[in-house]
Design a protein around this ligand. Structure first.
Ligand SMILES: [Zn+2]
Length: 63
């Protein structure tokens, strides 16, 4: 990475995260917040409703 020296000197090497790392961490946390999935999963592993569920619902609607 090309780190051009700005006004602030490089932080001392104390083994902790640098200011740039902290800025990156803020960006990552802001853009990687957990999202609740908007779909249901069927017990068979497909997205719900799966083909079999849709077919079964059609059958029952036809009764
Ligand atoms: Zn299913």
């Amino acid at each position: 990475m090309n780190r051009a020296p700005l006004n602030e000197p490089d932080p001392p090497d104390h083994g902790g995260p640098s200011t740039q790392d902290l800025d990156n961490a803020d960006l990552v946390l802001a853009s990687h917040s957990p999202v609740a999935v908007a779909w249901l999963a069927c017990a068979c592993g497909e997205d719900y409703p799966c083909d079999e569920v849709r077919f079964a619902q059609l059958v029952k609607e036809g009764l």
